[in-house]
Design a protein. Sequence first.
Length: 145
Amino acid sequence: MVDVGEKAETQRTAIAEGSVAMLPETLAMILEGNAKKGDVLGTARIAGIMAAKKTHELIPLCHPLLLTKVSVDIEPDQALPGLKITALARVSGKTGVEMEALTAATVACLTIYDMAKAVDRAMTISAVRLVEKTGGKSGTYRVET
């Protein structure tokens, strides 16, 4: 594990995104709340938040963090068709929260897949990436679009 003992404690935020492409009928089923397993969007949000809190248990050498905020937003994208996931993680600490945001976005995508796979096994999870991070010695990073 990297020694972060000498680093300054700063407010750190990371935003990650991902998407799940699916058949238009699958998207409609999810948005109408008709999935057999229940509320896909609500469950995926909770799964992403829970995953962010357990990142240090999943990714070797990640520091356990006292997260101050985690949010997972899921929006329909008819152009995919599918769902776009945006996860935000925040901490006041000595190390960044990029892995927590990426883990939240990824697990939210996986949860969507799991809850709808019975009707659409061809769903595709893609474009999981860090889009922004702030705080710390390296400062701000934003993906160029």
